[in-house]
Design a protein around this ligand. Structure first.
Ligand code: ZN
Length: 136
């Protein structure tokens, strides 16, 4: 078994290939999305590999403990196109946000391209109801 790749530092093509391979091996993976705070572009979060156990970190000193606490307040989420999104767990901080429903046209074109044959899975998400649909 090889060590998991650190995909947020991998070159784009390598990361995209890794994600496509993961999605091929695991049909059940649900993609997650994060919306950029200013552009509203929706990026696809690099999924966790279910075959890799999450690393359990035991902080050894105060600085390491502070890092763990910061990690609870703020997540750095690598996305499929290479953009690393920062999400703060505080409504008062203007940051990117994880989203569950969005309009298709907001989906990042580079994330779609990187997903290749799995791009359709990025469109399996709820779309917000429009006022036109409410009338029917
Ligand atoms: Zn993207």
């Amino acid at each position: 078994m090889t060590a998991p790749e650190v995909h947020d530092e991998a070159p784009g093509a390598t990361r995209a290939a890794w994600v496509r391979d993961l999605l091929t091996r695991h049909e059940s993976i649900e993609l997650e999305f994060v919306q950029h705070r200013d552009s509203y572009t929706v990026h696809v979060i690099v999924p966790d590999d279910p075959d890799v156990e999450p690393e359990v970190v035991t902080p050894q000193d105060d600085a390491a403990k502070a890092d763990v606490i910061m990690g609870l307040l703020r997540s750095n989420l690598p996305t499929v196109c290479g953009y690393v999104s920062t999400v703060w767990m505080s409504p008062t901080i203007h940051s990117d946000n994880k989203v569950w429903e969005f309009e298709d046209h907001l989906l990042c074109a580079r994330c779609q391209k990187a997903l290749g044959e799995h791009a359709n899975r990025a469109f399996e998400h709820p779309v917000p109801r429009t006022s036109a649909e409410d009338e029917s």
